[in-house]
Design a protein. Structure first.
Length: 207
């Protein structure tokens, strides 16, 4: 082979030989070579930084951590373990003492409420019987009996004032008696509870 002509550029060492340009054309350039990539560091090797040091992560430390649990011991995002059906809860309580002052107040309020109910009931009953003419018949009967006995029988015996007055007196007596009886009953219960124990009550939830 002959030597290359004078003026021809020698190909670079280790590069791609350039094709001979034709007459009047620019010489073709070799494609740029990509820089060789550095080999990846092995797993667990420390990585360098601009400042400070980094700690290597070993395969033992890279194991998956258990899922977090909440305060009740359930896994986050999971369902609670199913439990079997349980019966209603029951509680046994014992009534050992009743406050006499509280019993007095409650019985007094209830007695007054019953008094008003009594008066309303008497008023309704009086209106019904008066509309039926029962009181007029009784007044006529009492008048005839008074005339036959030699007295004046013109006055009415059964009047609204007599009826409501008697009902009010009976209601007032009931207030006093009911209040006193409830207070004495609470006191007696406290004595019996101290001697023989109080009343036991069992409370349970609905099924």
């Amino acid at each position: 082979m002959g030597a290359p002509p004078a003026g021809a550029a020698a190909p670079p060492t280790g590069g791609v030989p350039l094709a001979k340009p034709a007459t009047g054309q620019a010489p073709a350039q070799a494609p740029a070579q990509a820089p060789a990539q550095a080999p990846a560091p092995p797993a667990g090797a420390p990585q360098g930084g601009s400042s400070g040091t980094t700690q290597a992560i070993t395969p033992a430390a890279a194991t998956a951590a258990p899922p977090p649990t909440d305060a009740r011991g359930q896994q986050a995002g999971g369902k609670a373990p199913k439990r079997g059906p349980r019966g209603p809860r029951r509680a046994r309580l014992q009534l050992r003492h009743i406050d006499t002052w509280s019993a007095l107040k409650i019985s007094l309020v209830l007695s007054i409420a019953m008094f008003f109910i009594w008066m309303v009931a008497v008023g309704i009953l009086y209106g019904v019987l008066s509309g039926a003419g029962v009181f007029d018949t009784l007044n006529d009967l009492f008048g005839q009996l008074g005339t036959a006995s030699g007295g004046e029988g013109g006055g009415e015996v059964i009047t609204p004032g007599v009826v409501f007055g008697g009902a009010a007196v009976i209601g007032a007596i009931n207030i006093v008696l009911m209040t006193a009886l409830c207070t004495v009953a609470a006191f007696i219960y406290n004595l019996c509870a101290d001697l023989a124990g109080g009343l036991e009550v069992t409370l349970a939830e609905r099924e």
